[in-house]
Ligand binder design. Structure first.
Ligand code: URA
Length: 246
């Protein structure tokens, strides 16, 4: 993907974006052997050979991680109050990866992180929203009629929800709780919790088990793994399919 040269240089750790602009203007930067002095020129950090003072820069390679977020962790890079954030679990990762969308503090499960801004945008853009499946453990056992409402679309403060897929996953008469599998294609704030509140079955526990066809499998809580090329491609395909309304 093409980006402005100063951004590529700054991302590669050459200097601040401001300083990189100065380096470009001073004629110290070449793209494929040609000096580029104009600001605003774009290049592709993967395909183009970019050098500063004759030394080739190392552009950050793209990294895609699937993380099993524990509950009680903030989907953020830093927290001013010092609470645990997702990046606390990625100590061995040198690349600056960012969460793709977010999970609530109390929600656990599958969270993707990447430094590929293009794919992250594709996956979270309202037009492309891919399927996400959650297991929601709720108070009492919802009636089929109540679940039908969720399936068809229910009115929330911010409008009707799109149709969802719902299934009973587990019913526990002893604790009077049910675990429901719900697949949605939107990403509104606290959407699943609000959907179950709307049918008067508050969520006790929420776990995301699938995102764009990828699943947690046996990944332990608090652990992450790298996605394979095939998995990254399947995410791109899922985003394109979602755009077409599939
Ligand atoms: N819906 C919610 O209510 N919370 C999440 O974290 C994700 C989806």
């Amino acid at each position: 993907m093409e980006e402005r040269l100063q951004k590529i240089l700054a991302n590669a750790g050459v200097a601040s974006r401001r300083k990189c602009e100065e380096l470009i203007a001073a004629g110290k930067v070449t793209v494929n052997g040609e000096v580029v002095k104009a600001l605003g020129v774009k290049a592709d950090p993967v395909k183009d050979a970019i050098a500063v003072n004759g030394k080739k820069i190392k552009s950050e390679s793209k990294l895609y991680l699937l993380f099993n977020k524990p509950k009680g962790v903030i989907t953020s890079m830093h927290d001013e109050k010092g609470r645990t954030v997702v990046t606390d679990f990625l100590k061995g990762v040198k690349e600056r990866v960012y969460p793709v969308g977010r999970l609530d503090y109390d929600t656990e499960g599958l969270l993707l992180l990447t430094n590929d801004g293009e794919l992250a945008n594709l996956l979270t853009h309202p037009r492309h929203h891919v399927a996400k499946t959650y297991l929601a453990t709720v108070e009492r056992v919802p009636h089929g009629d109540a679940l039908d409402k969720l399936q068809k679309g229910i009115k929330l403060e911010d409008g009707m929800t799109a149709p969802a897929e719902i299934e009973y996953h587990d019913v526990d008469p002893e604790s009077n709780q049910a675990t429901i599998s719900i697949t949605i294609r939107e990403g509104r704030n606290r959407q699943v919790r609000r959907m179950f509140e709307a049918i008067h079955h508050p969520v006790i526990r929420l776990k995301r088990v699938s995102f764009g066809g990828l699943t947690l499998d046996n990944l332990q809580r608090g652990k992450y793994r790298k996605l394979s090329e095939a998995e990254v491609q399947s995410l791109r395909d899922a985003a394109k399919k979602a755009e077409r309304g599939g």
